[in-house]
Write a protein that binds this ligand. Sequence first.
Ligand code: FAD
Length: 435
Amino acid sequence: MTDDVVVVGGGIEGYVAALTAALEEPVADVRLLVRDDGRFCHEPGWIDLLGYPPADGDSAGDDDAGPVREPLQEPFAALSDLPADHPYSRAGVEEVRRALSLFEELSGYEGLDSDANALVATATGAVTPTFLYPDSVASGLASDGRETLLVGFERIVDFDAALAAAKLDEFLPYDVGHTTIELDVEVGGAEPAKRFAEVFDDNEELDGELPARRAVAGKIRNELDIEPRIGFPAVLGRSAAEDVRSDLEAILQADVFEVPLGPPSMPGLRLADRLRSELDDAGVAVETGVTVTDVGTADDRIASVEVAGGSAEGDDLRERYEGEQFVLATGGLGAGGLRADRERIREPAFGCHVTQPADRADWVAEGFLDDQPFARAGLAVDDEFRPLDADDTPEFGNLRATGRVLGGADVAAEQSTGGVAVVTGYAAGQLAAEW
Ligand SMILES: Cc1cc2nc3c(=O)[nH]c(=O)nc-3n(C[C@H](O)[C@H](O)[C@H](O)COP(=O)(O)OP(=O)(O)OC[C@H]3O[C@@H](n4cnc5c(N)ncnc54)[C@H](O)[C@@H]3O)c2cc1C
């Protein structure tokens, strides 16, 4: 099998790279190799661009670099101040905008028009800056200023409405009330968030009488004061989420929004469903449950990748995919795109050089909240997103790297994880389609 573009990795950057390549060059054969279908369970469902200015890389032990940082209001204005090796600097500001614009179109999200960060409430009662977000979050923005009621479900223990409301109420200039209700949902061995989403999707009858959406509304109507908006944990459906929300809004006569939870994140899964259908429409071939274990090279180019079925290396089921262009989108340390041992951090799939502190003792700074050098470790790339070796020469002429496998940014600290995935996925997809 020979493809024009082969993308390895099933996170946001892999999906965006494959989609961009297919849209850019509709006649190209594009293949996406996805190890675990559940990666989007770990996505909050919104896309950060740049929440905080990056640390200067020199803050270890610096008493002035305290833990409290002000979120950026206008992230675009800060992009030109980023260091040259930051993934956004490699792409360029215009490319950042084009990538976000395409992503908005594909996902149905909003936020680009305002050019500003939005502040959204988290399940622990903090507010966090983000940039693109789905409709289900829109009426919950902290900047909205309207009073809010948070509703918890007894069986969704990841969201404590009383705790979140108490914390938000402390620093927001409007009242945040709360209530927690018991719903007769049989969870069995299922993950509660998924089971609740199913119950709302199908509008199953609860207590043997009322459909779920009406049952919930009935239980909170008495608790509702004058709050014009109501926040629920993000379990309000998966395939029919928009209908669930609009039904609740109609019955409660209030705006309804969701507060994302940890895995399994329903907004993340909804995003995966939406992008997956875009991939199908664009004719991208998706192989799921495969791990790249080896690569074939010829003349400083990648000629093929070998995959094992499932995530277990050493699996007997093997397949080889040949291609013209390859995109490495395997994620960071959490996803296995980078691996750390006692000596060093490695990139296991293609064996690319990883830029990192020379000595393991320098991986971690003294203070927990200091700028952590290991978080910036990753692949250095040129302006075409080709991974560079230790002498700054492209490792392979036809390989591009994208997302969290890249170095040069502590995406968690500066809150740019989703944005870096979207922007570098877009850039890599475009370049791969131009070969
Ligand atoms: C509510 C919520 C809030 C969050 N907030 C934040 C936040 O504030 N900041 C933050 O940084 N993160 C946050 N996260 C998590 C974050 O968004 C995701 O976990 C992250 O984007 C995933 O990136 P990754 O590098 O781990 O993997 P991805 O880039 O998403 O995925 C890489 C993919 O490549 C696959 N892969 C790896 N090696 C191979 C191989 N050899 N062959 C084939 N495939 C391979 C992996 O299995 C994986 O599927 C949040 C998550 C949730 C649910």
